[in-house]
Design a protein around this ligand. Structure first.
Ligand code: PGA
Length: 261
């Protein structure tokens, strides 16, 4: 059966405003003809905030490639130097927001409570939160995979509940911290197991368990097909391999192929 497949690129702190149009030109050149015409394929890029207008205005960017932001503040406005609001992201034309990425959690001390508030604000403004969850290697080795995933998921869902938004409005991403930027990829079996834990928890708490769940962590052109074929994996969230037009094109093509898979 045809399914919805999502290929998302998280550019992190790469690709400034001047590099964005050439990126999309390169992508348009690289992509096999017709790939972007596949219905049920969704492609997202998350540029650094300053590059978002350039991405939205890039002549070679075309549907279904949407643009999101990597982080927002949970308040609507105020004295929060260095932050951006969801309303600003929406005004700029962003449709999605990454929330709770492990780099935000681990390098910048973002807590479950902050993730919950951000998820709520993003949903309240009608943008789609892409909620990232995942365990560290230490937690995995200590047998705490399920505990951590459930804790992070419950917190994010609480944020939705606070603004009366349904779980069907979000995308989830399982990103084991030990696999991010390390070249260490979870096996398709690891991804399925974690995605299964998340779906079981959604079901147990009375929510839509069929929402798309992406896998992220060292996804590359050589492993993307196996990951997309894994049970319960509806897409990929990619850092390093999303930065070059050729490798991102290969990931998008794999996503298109997986729509029928
Ligand atoms: P990576 O990053 O693909 O470079 O491991 C993934 C992510 O952080 O979203």
């Amino acid at each position: 059966m045809a399914r919805r497949v999502i290929v998302a690129g998280n550019w992190k702190m790469h690709l400034g405003p001047d590099e964005v149009a050439p990126f999309f030109e390169g992508l348009a050149r690289e992509l096999v003809e017709g790939v972007l015409d596949r219905s049920r394929l969704e492609v997202l890029v998350f540029p650094p905030t300053l590059s978002v207008p350039a991405a939205l205005g890039a002549p070679s960017r075309r549907p279904p490639i949407d643009v999101g932001v990597q982080n927002v503040h949970w308040e609507d406005e105020g004295a929060f130097t260095g932050e951006i609001s969801v309303a600003m992201a929406r005004q700029a034309g962003a449709t999605h927001v990454l929330v709770g990425h492990s780099e935000r959690r681990h390098l910048f001390g973002e807590t479950d409570d902050e993730v919950a508030r951000k998820v709520g604000t993003v949903a309240r403004h009608g943008l789609t939160p892409v909620i990232c969850v995942g365990e560290t290697l230490e937690q995995r080795r200590a047998g705490r995979l399920e505990e951590i995933l459930v804790r992070q998921l419950d917190a994010a869902i609480r944020g939705l509940g606070e603004v009366g938004a349904a779980v069907s409005r979000v995308l989830l991403a399982y990103e084991p911290v030990w696999a991010i930027g390390t070249g260490e990829t979870a096996t398709p079996g690891d991804a399925s197991e974690a995605h299964g834990i998340l779906r079981a928890r959604l079901e147990e708490t009375g929510h839509d368990a069929e929402i798309p769940i992406l896998y992220g962590g060292s996804v590359k052109p050589h492993n993307v097909r196996d990951l997309l074929a894994a049970d319960g994996v509806d897409g990929v969230l990619v850092g390093g391999a999303s930065l070059q037009p050729d490798s991102f094109a290969r990931l998008v093509e794999a996503g298109a192929a997986a729509v029928d898979g």
